[in-house]
Design a protein around this ligand. Structure first.
Ligand code: BMA
Length: 312
C-alpha cells in the first residue's frame, strides 16, 4: 500500500462558515502565512449574492483559527479598483518579501477577471497598489525573492487555443510585468490534462523552488480539482527541473467531495516549517478550509524522481 504524501489533519475541516462572525456561505481558498508568533489566514467567502469577499483568521499553531469580527477585504467602492472588483474579490495569495506582505487576489467584474496587488506590513492596514494583469488572468503567485533585481511571478492566462497553462513574468517594480513565457503545460490523458494553475506561492528548498499547483481532469460527472508539485531552478525560476507525475492530493473526505462545487481541493497557500515539513492549506469543495502536512523532501522527490515533462 502506498502511503499518502499529504497527511490530513485529523480535525479537518479547520474553518467553516459556522466559525465566521458575519454572514457568509463558504470559507475556502485561503492564503496562510506566519507573521511573528501567529499564523494569518486570508480566506475567501461567498456571500448570498454569489459574490466573494476576503476574511482574516488568526491561529497560534496553524490548525486552530479564529476569524476576525469584520472582513479583511471587500470590493473597493471608489477609484479604478471599484470598477474591476464589482463582482467580488477571490482566491488571495500572500508572499513575504523584504518586510512587506504582497497580497494578490482575483478581481471580478463585468470586464472579466484580473489580478490586483495589495500590500500590508501588519494585517491591520492594507493598501491597494495596482491591477497587475489585464483580463483574463487568474492565480498570480509572487516568488519570495528577486532574480537579478527583478520580481518574478507565476500566473495563468486564459486561452482559446492552448490548454490553460502556467506562465512566468518579471517586474522591476511590481506594477509593470513583462518577458512572459509559458513554462508548464497540462499533460494529455493525465490527471491535470484539462488545465493547470499556480496554487501556493513557491517555497524555497535546497533543491529548488517548490510549487504546489492545481490540475483539473474532466469526467462525465464534471471536473475534478487535484494538487500536484513542480520544482523550479533556484537561480532561474523559468527552468523547471521536475514535475511530479502523480497528484499529491485529491478530493477524498466528504467535505471535499460534496459542497458548493463538488470534487475540489484547491490551494492558495502553504507554510514551510523549520522541522522540514510543509503545512498545505486547501479549500474543500469551495466550501470549507482544510490543512495537511507533508515532508518537504518527499514533495521534492516526487518532482525529481517520479517526473513527467513540464511541456509535453
Ligand atoms: C476555479 C476557481 C477557484 C475554484 C475552482 C473550483 O476556476 O473559481 O476559485 O476553487 O474553480 O470551483
Amino acid at each position: 500500500m502506498k502511503t499518502d504524501i499529504v497527511r490530513r489533519y485529523s480535525s479537518n475541516p479547520i474553518l467553516t462558515k459556522a466559525d465566521i462572525p458575519y454572514p457568509v456561505e463558504t470559507v475556502h481558498n485561503a492564503a496562510v502565512v506566519k507573521h511573528g508568533s501567529e499564523y494569518i489566514m486570508l480566506f475567501r467567502s461567498h456571500l448570498r449574492t454569489g459574490r466573494s469577499i476576503i476574511g482574516l483568521a488568526r491561529s497560534p499553531d496553524g490548525f486552530n483559527f479564529t476569524a476576525e469580527p469584520q472582513p479583511f477585504l471587500t470590493p473597493a467602492r471608489e477609484g479604478v479598483f471599484a470598477e474591476y472588483e464589482e463582482f467580488g474579490v477571490e482566491d488571495p495569495r500572500v508572499t513575504l518579501l523584504e518586510g512587506e506582505y504582497l497580497i494578490t487576489y482575483s478581481a471580478y467584474s463585468r470586464n472579466g477577471v484580473r489580478i490586483a496587488l495589495a500590500k500590508t506590513r501588519d494585517f491591520e492596514h492594507v493598501e491597494r497598489v495596482s491591477l497587475i494583469t489585464q483580463a483574463d488572468y487568474r492565480n498570480v503567485v509572487i516568488f519570495p525573492a528577486r532574480f537579478d533585481g527583478l520580481y518574478a511571478r507565476l500566473d495563468r492566462p486564459h486561452s482559446e487555443i492552448s490548454p490553460w497553462s502556467i506562465w512566468i513574468s518579471y517586474s522591476p517594480d511590481l506594477r509593470f510585468w513583462g518577458d512572459a513565457r509559458l513554462i508548464m503545460k497540462p499533460e494529455p490523458y493525465h490527471w491535470d490534462e484539462m488545465k493547470i494553475g499556480p496554487g501556493a506561492p513557491p517555497i524555497r528548498t535546497a533543491q529548488g523552488w517548490l510549487s504546489i499547483y492545481h490540475g483539473v481532469f474532466e469526467t462525465m460527472d464534471g471536473s475534478v480539482y487535484r494538487l500536484g508539485v513542480a520544482l523550479h531552478d533556484l537561480k532561474d525560476p523559468a527552468r523547471i527541473t521536475g514535475v511530479g507525475e502523480s497528484w499529491i492530493l485529491q478530493p477524498e473526505d466528504p467535505w471535499e467531495i460534496t459542497g458548493y462545487v463538488h470534487n475540489v481541493v484547491f490551494t492558495c497557500g502553504a507554510v514551510s516549517e523549520d522541522d522540514g515539513t510543509v503545512k498545505i492549506y486547501w479549500g474543500g469543495a469551495d466550501t470549507v478550509m482544510c490543512v495537511g502536512e507533508a515532508d518537504t523532501s518527499a514533495l521534492v522527490d516526487e518532482c525529481l524522481k517520479h517526473g513527467r515533462p513540464a511541456k509535453p
